[in-house]
Unconditional design. Structure first.
Length: 244
């Protein structure tokens, strides 16, 4: 049986009621343990926007993505980054890709509409292949990449995001985040799913990129939000709008 249809919305932080925040934390806790609810709510204070997915019939929250906006000048270029801290979806909807598609569509629309000359990136940290796979799926140039070396400017952007978002937990030599928190990491359910699928070539490649994934070490992923960086698949998902 196919899952019921979903409704997607993009909202600001003021729309996240205490009840909605609690439901978001319940979804997060299925996959990560040791992540305090108070800390989660503190994170939401700096939120730029949130993508929500609900069951169209019941209104139940089944997924969400939290996005933060950062801007800086790096190597004499003005840079903007949309950083996704969490992208969580109930397992029964994993085949839909709808949450990520809606989130990236929103980010691309915002980047396309900006006429300031700012260079826009999408960034997130991936602990498993399911998160990382959107990089090669959607973008021609991205990091981490098994074959293409990281350019100096992209490295500067990545390391700036790593330090801003993860402070001392970020390692600029490897581009990884090691929280080193006692009790924090993937739940047993999450580890079991990842372990079961590591026999595929794509997953084995990810394991080489992030060999400490099973220890809940995350790798920072990044791609420029520009039409000339989209794969043919992504161009079908996110067609550029024709000028009026």
């Amino acid at each position: 049986m196919n899952p019921r249809p979903l409704l997607t919305s993009v909202v600001g932080p003021t729309a996240l009621t205490p009840e909605l925040r609690a439901a978001m934390f319940v979804l997060l806790s299925v996959w990560f343990e040791g992540y305090g609810e108070d800390y989660f709510n503190e994170e939401l204070a700096d939120l730029d926007h949130c993508v929500l997915q609900r069951d169209a019939e019941t209104g139940e929250l089944v997924g969400f993505a939290t996005v933060y906006r950062q801007e800086s000048e790096i190597d004499r270029r003005t840079v903007g980054v949309y950083h996704t801290a969490h992208c969580i979806l109930q397992r029964r909807y994993w085949g839909s890709n709808g949450l990520v598609r809606s989130m990236v569509a929103e980010l691309l629309d915002r980047a396309r509409a900006d006429r300031s000359g700012r260079v826009w990136y999408w960034s997130y940290s991936a602990v498993g292949y399911r998160s990382y796979r959107y990089m090669p799926m959607l973008f021609l140039r991205h990091t981490p990449h098994a074959e293409a070396p990281l350019g100096d400017f992209d490295r500067s952007v990545r390391d700036w995001v790593g330090r801003e978002c993860f402070a001392q937990y970020y390692d600029d030599e490897t581009g990884t985040v090691d929280w080193n928190w006692q009790g924090y990491g993937l739940t047993e359910e999450a580890r079991a799913i990842s372990e079961a699928k590591l026999d595929s070539p794509a997953l084995a490649l990810f394991r080489r990129l992030n060999p400490r994934w099973a220890d809940s070490v995350e790798i920072l992923c990044q791609a420029q939000l520009h039409d000339d960086n989209l794969t043919p698949f992504a161009r079908r998902w996110f067609p550029a709008r024709q000028a009026a």
